[in-house]
Design a protein. Structure first.
Length: 277
């Protein structure tokens, strides 16, 4: 226990002896009418690396394999999941006041802040405790129907919401998303260290914007410099599960709300690892 400890375990990520006995008490109970088998967090130590894209692709690939996939969009102040799937209607409510997640064309269940706002462009100007509370409500006060794999799209960094998700949801593992930059080691390190402190299994690394393939000759061009992902993976003992290319078709599909039609063969290994858990 740190000398500066204020004994408020809910605001702390340390895995000290003082909080071990109480740790499980932070878990939010899933509504009895809901069913979620596996919860996978998509995280990164910084923003702008493509967590939402990876979250979307993992759900799409799982749904295509005949599984029931769902996305809990925990990026409350910067939600982008509904737009990627072309979902714009607000969530429904059951007679017993449970939120009913929206469904995509192929049946992926989605809950996002944008689906509870009056207008999609309304800003979410909420303080941390309120944002964290909404994430808990998305988990415990919604009707999640027969979900095999729920993917949680996290906001960047290691703040309130990731801490809330790790403490309140039964997270089975996380995928860490990064990009080919010199900062990659620090970005991954933050996410790895937080996961270790919270005793959350790390499934593997996914590098987005890894390369651009020349449409004429097929040569791979390292737009953001040579990738350091293999070195970082070796440093932390984590497997590299995917390297996603820069492809205008991907951006176009997300902008048009047709993310479900992206084939994404580069995600196959990540999907296989999640299935093996």
């Amino acid at each position: 226990m740190s000398e500066s400890c204020n004994h408020n375990c809910s605001s702390c990520g340390e895995n000290c002896s003082s909080r071990t006995a109480e740790q499980t008490s932070f878990l939010e109970a899933l509504n009895p009418k809901s069913s979620v088998k596996k919860v996978i967090g998509i995280v990164s130590g910084k923003g702008g690396v493509g967590k939402s894209l990876v979250t979307s692709m993992m759900a799409v690939k799982m749904q295509a394999k005949g599984k029931h996939a769902a996305i809990l969009d925990a990026d409350i102040t910067g939600p982008s999941i509904p737009k990627a799937f072309g979902v714009h209607e607000t969530v429904g409510v059951t007679e017993d006041n449970l939120m009913v997640p929206a469904r995509t064309y192929t049946g992926i269940q989605i809950l996002s802040a944008n689906l509870i706002l009056e207008r999609e462009t309304d800003p979410v100007i909420w303080r941390g405790p309120i944002v964290a509370g909404v994430v808990k409500q998305f988990w415990s006060e919604a009707l999640w129907e027969d979900v095999d794999y729920m993917f949680v799209d996290m906001p960047p960094g290691t703040g309130d919401v990731p801490l809330t998700v790790f403490q309140s949801l039964p997270v089975d593992g996380i995928l860490i998303v990064t990009s080919p930059q010199e900062l990659v080691s620090m970005i991954v390190g933050k996410a790895v260290n937080m996961a270790k402190k919270m005793d959350i299994p790390i499934i593997g690394l996914i590098e987005n914007m890894s390369y651009l393939e020349c449409p004429d000759c097929g040569k791979r061009i390292s737009v953001f410099g040579e990738s350091h992902i293999e070195d970082v993976a070796k440093e932390y003992g984590i497997p590299v599960l995917a390297q996603i290319p820069i492809d205008p078709k991907i951006a176009e599909a997300v902008d048009q709300g047709t993310a479900e039609y992206i084939e994404a063969p580069w995600m196959d290994e990540a999907v296989r690892r999640v299935e093996e858990m």
